[in-house]
Design a protein around this ligand. Structure first.
Ligand code: GLA
Length: 373
């Protein structure tokens, strides 16, 4: 019954369209991040769009250290194995995200039982253990890994993560070296957001050059494409994509593409030192934030939707124009209801950042791309 409903809904809106991954073949690989319901096959509609239109997958969460290894050294492989099997079953390229990240990290990865940072030697040992376990388990099955995620800040300084506090910059080459040793044929990437920030780009380029000078394998830089309506500047983003290639010889992957249609969240004056989570637990502040940052609660006005589609079309055309550098474009979710941007950080916010809408229909910019305006 459910399957029938899924088929009739899709027959009307998706299955008559050309296959997107074929449209971009020869330019870049088109991938999507998938969530747990898609991995387990519960999201029948999402899976049918995925299998038809995308040629590659990344897991939204299930390979992050805190998910697959809730306590250091104790793995729960159920979802992770299903993720890889799912990709192979449908002939998709399977990618890994992410080995070393300060967030969604196993709580005791960098700490001893008293909560103190562990020694540099022990951290190196633990990193090697975790990385070789993950990469080794899926050797020959996962085509490329985000080895280190988000280690550099917008101002070009290194993030003061526990990994950095214990090992300094050296934690990055160490992670790449361990990944290479576990599977010498696997592609290895550094992945980060806000790559339009000049100081950040500079620091990422320098870090990548140092890896290459030391003969350590790195294949591409992942530009997390978390875009907004007012950032980044498209020409600047394009220049930065090309600079990576020119200055390091590395390719770029657009790894986490989504474009929020909602106003960009800024810290309002009344938040002070408060985190967004704390602010959201205060009903007065939450209502004030919602008023300012959730203007389309009753529906997205047509002109705003058109602006979003025009801007996403500009980015897509830019990716195609630079397909000599861009290896893969990976959308961060299949349809709008999948996106992490819904409800973040204002619980009632509903966003529209992806390529398929809540009814699994292609957004107008893609329709125009396929059929011409
Ligand atoms: C970062 C991570 C992703 C995802 C997003 C949204 O970009 O790399 O895995 O968690 O944040 O939360």
């Amino acid at each position: 019954m459910i399957l029938l409903a899924a088929c009739s809904l899709l027959a009307g809106c998706v299955h008559t369209e050309p296959v997107l991954k074929d449209v971009f073949a020869g330019k870049f690989i088109l991938g999507a991040a998938i969530n747990d319901a898609q991995i387990t096959g519960e999201d029948i509609l999402g899976d049918s769009v995925l299998i038809r239109h995308f040629g590659a997958i990344e897991p939204e969460n299930c390979l992050k250290s805190g998910e697959v290894m809730p306590v250091f050294g104790q793995y729960d492989w159920i979802l992770a194995d299903k993720y890889v099997e799912f990709g192979e079953k449908y002939g998709l390229e399977v990618y890994g995200h992410c080995l070393i990240w300060h967030s969604q990290c196993t709580p005791d990865f960098c700490f001893d039982e008293k909560g103190a940072l562990i020694s540099p030697e022990l951290l190196k040992e633990r990193m090697k253990q975790h990385i070789s376990t993950m990469v080794g388990r899926y050797k020959g099955h996962i085509k490329g890994w985000d080895v280190v995620n988000e280690a550099i800040m917008e101002d070009g300084s290194y993030r003061e993560s526990p990994f950095y506090r214990i090992l300094g910059e050296e934690f990055i080459p160490w992670a790449f070296q361990c990944a290479y040793e576990a599977d010498p044929d696997c592609e290895l990437y550094y992945n980060d957001y806000s790559m339009h920030e000049p100081a950040k780009l500079e620091a990422v380029i320098n870090m990548a050059k140092k890896l290459k000078e030391r003969g350590i394998r790195i294949d591409a830089i992942g530009f997390q494409g978390h875009l907004g309506m007012d950032y980044p500047d498209l020409a600047l983003y394009e220049r930065h994509i090309r600079r990576v290639k020119e200055e390091t010889g590395l390719d770029v992957c657009i790894t986490e593409l989504d474009m929020s249609i909602l106003p960009t969240l800024t810290r309002s004056a009344d938040l002070g030192e408060m985190s967004f989570a704390e602010a959201m637990s205060n009903p007065e502040i939450r209502a004030r934030m919602a008023e300012k940052f959730n203007p389309y609660a009753n529906g997205i006005p047509e002109d705003i939707y058109k602006q979003w589609n025009d801007r996403m079309a500009d980015f897509l055309n830019m990716f195609v124009r630079n397909s000599d550098v861009i290896r893969r474009v990976n959308v961060w979710g299949i349809c709008d209801s999948d996106s992490w941007k819904n409800g973040w950080p204002i619980p009632e916010r509903q966003d529209s950042p992806l390529w398929f809408d809540r009814n699994y229909k292609l957004k107008p910019f893609l329709h125009d791309y396929l059929y011409g305006r």
